[in-house]
Ligand binder design. Structure first.
Ligand code: CA
Length: 651
């Protein structure tokens, strides 16, 4: 986007916007509100920010345009992404389905989507809307065919037919974790930000997870500079709308796709990772769509899964049955929800299975792979990002406080935080018996959601890929014969909690999804695993490669690696990229026990490398997906064996 003379256009924007609102608010509402035409809908979606806006009470933030928009619109104080990372969050936004129902929960992957599951812009298009996208899609399925117009054009509505309603999705990228953590990208992003909108690092009010060092304050201040830059871009978009006289018939959503691109925010399944700003501007003739007494703020819980049905609702389009959310704006709306849900799955080569439920008062989190630390070893948490570099430096120097140290440690099996009295989620109440009732209640609600939405993430990635070979994961998961979620979830619940006899029963199940969790319960409990060495050796011949790999990794972890290595050797060379990645990651996690496979690891790395001299992952590897992720895991694994090799070539 071309940005010229920010102070001028922001002033222009504010004055013009105020005038238009003044006049439109003076206009009388139409006598029959059902006669009003379908509104235009504009989504302005920024990357990777928590509610770091002045209008959210953040006194450090300088966001005049969004603050002004919020005075004229509705500020939602309890809006949540369904995942603390882009692709699964965006998959949910565009389909109205939890990513965990569609099989799109990982970052990144591409899965089949059934024909009958259509994205909401396609329904809008069918109803006559002109639908446009600017910037990324990142849905984990093929986005072709969705958009009428997909160009780097911030006034895409100008391309529509006369009087045609439009839906425009504008993505602003400057607040992404890239500029937030890499100096060169930051400098470019704030190139023409006026001096008055830069933030003083000395005044930065850091959250308690971060060391209060000059470098960390600078990172925080720079992030807020990026937010100000983004705010100016939003101002430009609003100015364009005003100039095109569209403010009185365009509903505007502004939000972020998940929390800050910083440690303990993006990728972390906490309120910090999921909580987003959401401002909705309804022109006067659509204000009754909010059903609010105080039209400036809503404390209702809203989730990304609600956005698609809500958009169809305000456009007067029937909501398809497959959509899982609640409509929160429109002529008629649903009862506000009591809970929102979040999921964390694989990010690049970092596997996770964690699920969360939030109310306005509490967040409960169940970590199903608790033995993995929050900051796993590897590229996405490496020193390439300034925030991780500073955290690691202070960690190694022994300078982190207890909250900072937690980021480096294994996860508790369960977490419960009182969001009212402990907004930073510091004191885990899960082991406090005074909270048993609330914890058990929320745990049961969470399990009910997992069952109800047929959460495919409880099959480890290669397992559901294998099971859904000829159909989509969504269709596979709907079939109780292919996916017995009740039994599989019960087995997953054994991790960190199961008795020997319960784990034995799981391992002897005829369902490989159940057996996987039986093995994983042992992976989590070294002492118990020692009693299962023979069983684990037998599982190296399991019909499921996923169970084989889980058993191999567990055996290596307890120093019975001999036969296990053959299994990892075999599967890391497999042509199915999601299977090779799992084996590569296991080789990384077993440290120097993987060293007998150095030759294989180099072979697989070479197979995945396109240009070893390239610095960008997208040029260096066959793809910026499984090839890159597998390579990163193997590069760390090789370095663990003393090989002179840097992840991504050190770039
Ligand atoms: Ca993002």
């Amino acid at each position: 986007m071309k940005k010229t003379d920010f102070s001028m256009f922001m002033m222009h924007s504010l004055v013009l916007f105020s005038l238009i609102l003044f006049f439109t608010q003076c206009a009388k509402k139409t006598s029959d509100e059902t006669d009003i035409p379908p509104p235009n809908i504009l989504w302005i979606v920024t990357e990777d920010i928590s509610p770091a806006l002045g209008c959210y009470g953040d006194e450090y933030a300088r966001t005049p345009n969004l603050d002004h928009l919020s005075t004229r619109g509705i500020r939602f104080t309890n809006a949540y992404a369904t995942a603390p990372i882009c692709a699964p969050a965006r998959s949910c936004l565009i389909t109205g389905l939890y990513a965990t129902s569609l099989g799109t929960q990982h970052l990144r992957t591409e899965v089949k989507k059934p024909e009958n599951i259509r994205t909401f812009p396609e329904y809008l298009k069918e109803a006559g809307y002109f639908v446009t996208n600017y910037g990324k899609t990142d849905y984990n399925f093929d986005p072709s065919g969705i958009w009428d117009y997909w160009e780097q054009d911030i006034t895409p509505w100008r391309q529509r037919r006369l009087n045609q309603p439009f839906f425009s999705f504008l993505n602003i990228g400057s607040t992404h974790e890239g500029p937030g953590n890499i100096k060169e990208a930051y400098v470019i992003a704030v190139d023409d930000l006026p001096d008055s909108l830069f933030h003083d690092p000395e005044q930065a009010d850091l959250p308690p997870y971060f060391p209060n060092t000059p470098e960390m304050r600078k990172i925080w201040a720079h992030y807020y500079d990026l937010v100000s830059d983004m705010d100016a871009q939003v101002g430009q978009v609003l100015t364009n709308l005003e100039e095109d006289e569209l403010m009185d018939n365009t509903i505007i959503f502004f939000f972020s796709d998940h929390g800050f691109g910083l440690p303990r925010y993006k990728r972390w399944l906490y309120k910090t990772g999921l909580h987003v700003p959401l401002i909705v501007y309804l022109p006067p003739k659509y204000q009754h769509y909010a059903h609010l007494e105080d039209e400036s703020v809503s404390e209702d819980l809203v989730s990304f899964v609600d956005f698609a049905p809500t958009i169809l609702n305000i456009a007067g389009i029937k909501i398809p049955d497959f959509m899982q959310g609640k409509k929160f704006l429109g002529d008629t709306i649903d009862q506000p929800r009591k809970y929102v849900y979040g999921a964390r799955s694989r990010a690049d080569d970092m596997y996770e299975v964690s699920r969360a439920i939030l109310t306005k008062d509490y967040i409960y989190i169940r970590n199903y792979l608790p033995y993995l630390p929050y900051i796993q070893p590897g590229y996405i948490f490496s020193d390439r990002k300034s925030s991780f570099r500073e955290l690691r430096k202070r960690y190694l120097a022994g300078e982190l406080n207890v909250e900072g140290l937690k980021l480096w440690r294994q996860k508790p099996v369960e977490e419960l935080y009182d969001l009212i009295n402990d907004p930073f989620e510091l004191k885990n109440l899960a082991e406090d018996t005074n909270y048993d009732e609330i914890k058990n209640f929320l745990h049961n609600q969470l399990k009910a959601w997992i069952l109800d939405t047929r959460d495919i993430g409880f099959l480890f990635e290669p397992e559901y890929r294998i099971r859904s070979k000829d159909i989509s994961p969504y269709e596979m998961a709907k079939d109780p014969g292919s996916f017995d979620i009740e039994k599989i979830l019960a087995a997953a619940e054994l991790v960190g909690k199961g008795t020997m006899s319960e784990i034995t029963e799981a391992i002897n199940s005829n369902d490989s999804g159940v057996r996987f969790w039986g093995v994983t319960a042992l992976r989590n409990d070294v002492i118990m695993a020692e009693k299962f060495v023979r069983t684990l050796e037998d599982l190296l011949n399991d019909p499921s490669p996923v169970v084989q790999i889980a058993a191999a990794e567990t055996l290596c972890h307890i120093n019975h690696c001999n036969n296990a290595l053959q299994i990892l050797d075999k599967w890391v060379q497999d042509d199915r990229p999601w299977l090779a990645l799992y084996a590569a990651r296991s080789l990384q996690l077993i440290g120097d026990k993987a060293c007998p496979l150095i030759q294989t690891m180099y072979q697989v790395l070479n197979k995945n490398t396109k240009d070893p001299d390239a610095t960008r992952a997208s040029d260096r590897y066959l793809d910026f997906n499984f090839s890159a992720f597998t390579s990163w895991a193997l590069e760390v694994a090789l370095a663990n064996c003393g090989e002179d090799i840097l992840v991504n070539g050190g770039n």
